[in-house]
Design a binder for this molecule. Sequence first.
Ligand SMILES: [Zn+2]
Length: 243
Amino acid sequence: MTHPQKTDNLRFRRLIFMAIFIVLLSGCASSASEIPDTTPTTASTSAPTTAPTAPPLPITENLLPEDLSDPREEAITHIVIHFISAVTNHRENPFDAGLIRQIFLDAEISSHYLIARDGEIIRLVPEDRVAWHAGPGSWAGDEQYTNKMNRYAVGVELMGIGTRQEMSQYLSAEEYDRLDPTDIGFTDEQYQSLARLIADIRARHPGVLFDRAHILGHDEYNLSKPDPGELFDWERIMDDNLR
Ligand SMILES: [Zn+2]
């Protein structure tokens, strides 16, 4: 029984030796392949192997005064979605960007982005500053976020009007019923721009995971808030194809 075992040991040692030899050889081969190839390449061999990158997201700059935001200290991990309009005082012209800008100035609030009805994305506050949009609230029972979501979040405002119930603190039922129905809810262009904006934010801030724990509505953070409300279709921005 001992003799075959010795032979096996010998074979095993030979195998190890060969394995080391092969590894050394392949190591040499890989270093050799790292020597730059100076021979001219044809167009076919130098074709790019990666997919073409998407064009940069068009964003209109219209920054609010810096005293409506704070320096950012924490990493960005959340996106809070809102709606806003000037409908309370301007029922005929609820989505005028200048009137909406005035709301931020008068109320001393701010948000990073405003998405117009035609999908235009307007930057109000740079992401490296903390905007004042989420206010008091709580999230996932985590005290870190209690009344402090702004520190971790990018705020995105969609120009929009909610349901009669959601708007009842701003409009009487009669006033609501006289609104242009096409002004209620959100447009396809807004959903498309929001999806692109979320992808853009996530590419820069990987801590913003693609789930509803990190992408939330103001009405979920603060239950007394109406926005973005029932008319906002979360499935249109949380689609796996947009991941
Ligand atoms: Zn809000």
